[in-house]
Design a protein around this ligand. Structure first.
Ligand SMILES: Cc1cc2nc3c(=O)[nH]c(=O)nc-3n(C[C@H](O)[C@H](O)[C@H](O)COP(=O)(O)OP(=O)(O)OC[C@H]3O[C@@H](n4cnc5c(N)ncnc54)[C@H](O)[C@@H]3O)c2cc1C
Length: 489
């Protein structure tokens, strides 16, 4: 069998690895993607392996959300073994630093331990989400402990932004995603069945009901038996250029910035993060391992998010400023003398309904995986296994049908719940950006004004009995999100 994988991010490469391990001598796996990986979400990711720390109030109420959490939980359990499989497969072809690594806890690019802090820098949305994290940790019997914020190593926020509560989740860790990509690139080259093509897919060709090839930026056309489309946020653009006659909900560019800093006097050994807030994942700092022979004093600060219908190549000054300010105020005041090493910009593949797209399409030899938004890195050991099973025609969990690529956008939030959630996130974002209301009724007036605007927007787009996901408001407001779903399955 000849499998053509379009894309070279974490989803594409981990799936190629799964397929390569199952391949016979006659199989061929081709990975198409530009080596520079512009806009790759994987390269910009904090690469935290968070399931519980990502929970928000109400985020496990619906059975589909609970299934998504189940996938996340399972993926977290799979990482240590998956990491060891990669080290074993890569052997002498691994980057130098990785060769000395023994996986989790081995002092390399991966480790565990996440502090979640409940601070006063934003508003009480943080408190609600923090409570939801604690409830879930207890309900699922996940190992964690309440800690005093004062005992968190290298946690020295400004007085006004200090945490009042904190907890430590033992099993939730992080990676250096750039090293993982390098590791996967290297180890895949060891498989004779795998080849890399340093080019962009420009168009997919279809004859009858099957895909028959991929036209590349270098003028070549590549042909295979089965195709996996895993180009992250660019999936919609590629499908639109290809005229395939299938209706896949739009994938937007969730433009995110993260900063790599060097903090010589205050290096980190664990993740420190807030709960999700203000339409994003809060502020976090992640140890950024580079090489066993280099000082362990680099840290990744993340992350911002804004949704765009088109690619956006640069980090906005406001994103950089927000992260630098939040890191100094909310994580460690001594970061004022840290060095800014680099600014990463990546596009979180964000679907219109906010849920991933996974599965075989009505074009029988086309499989799609995108829409992983904020946790595709974490999910990759599991998604790669699922995708390899789909490609091989093996049975998968029936509930994955919920994430079928050609589904109608899921409408899980009611109109009332969506409006309430949007207002909370908008207010939280305002407080994070320095909003200080005067005494009196100003906050109530602003909330009422947001509510009126949101009611009007819901009316305008016909959202009478369903709610717009909070991060999609502008996409609906400016006509980028589709409201007529009649053509979808
Ligand atoms: C700032 C930030 C922080 C994040 N933090 C986390 C985190 O802590 N934990 C977590 O689990 N997730 C995190 N994420 C999300 C995670 O990065 C994504 O869910 C995941 O990386 C998506 O992987 P992917 O392979 O689908 O896409 P990508 O990594 O974007 O890879 C797609 C690849 O396809 C290539 N490509 C694009 N178009 C074409 C084409 N036409 N032809 C060929 N190749 C093409 C691109 O060059 C790119 O390399 C974060 C994302 C961002 C931006």
């Amino acid at each position: 069998m000849e499998t053509v994988i379009i894309g070279n991010g974490i989803i594409a490469l981990t799936t190629a690895f799964r397929l390569a391990k199952r391949a016979s001598a006659r199989d061929l796996i081709t990975i198409i993607g530009p080596r520079a990986r512009a806009g790759s979400a994987t390269r910009a990711a904090g690469a935290m392996l968070n399931s519980f720390a990502e929970i928000e109030k109400g985020s496990l109420d619906h059975e589909i959300d609970m299934f998504r959490f189940e996938l996340s939980h399972l993926a977290g359990r799979m990482w240590p073994r998956f990491e060891n499989e990669m080290i074993e497969a890569g052997a002498s072809c691994l980057p130098l630093g990785c060769r000395k690594c023994s996986g989790f806890g081995g002092g390399g690019c991966v480790d565990t331990g996440t502090y979640v802090v409940n601070n006063t820098a934003a508003d009480d949305l943080d408190d609600e989400n923090y409570d939801a994290i604690v409830d879930a940790l207890e309900q699922f019997d996940e190992p964690f402990r309440h800690v005093s914020p004062r005992d968190i190593p290298n946690y020295l926020p400004e007085q006004k932004a200090r945490a009042t509560r904190a907890l430590y989740i033992e099993n939730e860790g992080w990676f250096n995603p750039k090293l993982i990509l390098e590791k996967l690139d290297n180890l895949l080259k060891r498989f004779p069945q795998v080849r890399f093509v340093d080019a962009e897919a420009q168009r997919l060709l279809k004859t009858g009901k099957v895909l028959t090839g991929v036209v590349l930026s270098n003028g070549e056309t590549l042909v295979g038996d089965t195709y996996l489309l895993a180009t992250g946020a660019t999936v919609t653009d590629l499908i639109e250029k290809s005229d395939l006659g299938i209706d896949i909900q739009r994938i937007f560019y969730g433009v995110g910035v993260s900063l790599e800093i060097r903090s010589r006097d205050f290096p980190h050994t664990k993740v420190i993060r807030t709960p999700n807030r203000g339409l994003a994942c809060g502020i976090y700092s992640v140890p950024f391992f580079r090489d066993p022979d280099e000082p362990q004093d680099h840290i990744l600060i993340g992350a911002t998010n804004f949704i765009s219908p088109t690619p956006y190549n640069y980090g906005r000054l406001t994103s950089v400023e927000t992260l630098m300010k939040a890191a100094m105020e909310q994580i460690n005041v001594n970061f004022y003398k840290a060095d800014l090493v680099g600014i990463n910009v990546g596009w979180r593949p964000t679907s219109q309904d906010g849920y991933p797209l996974i599965g075989r399409t009505s074009i029988s030899n086309l499989v799609v995986c995108t829409g992983t938004k904020r946790d595709g890195f974490h999910l990759s050991p599991l998604l790669s296994e699922i995708l390899a099973n789909i490609i091989h025609g093996d049975k998968t969990d029936e509930r994955l049908e919920w994430f079928h690529p050609e589904r109608k956008p899921l409408r899980i939030l009611s109109r009332e719940a969506a409006i309430e959630k949007s207002i909370k996130h908008m207010m939280s974002a305002a407080y994070q950006h320095g909003f200080t209301p005067s005494p009196g009724g100003l906050t109530r007036q602003i909330i009422e004004s947001h509510k009126a605007n949101l009611e009007r927007l819901h009316d305008d787009v016909g959202a009478h009995d369903w709610g717009i996901p909070p991060d999609m408001l502008d996409m609906y407001r400016y006509g980028h999100a589709k409201t007529d779903l009649r053509q979808n399955k």
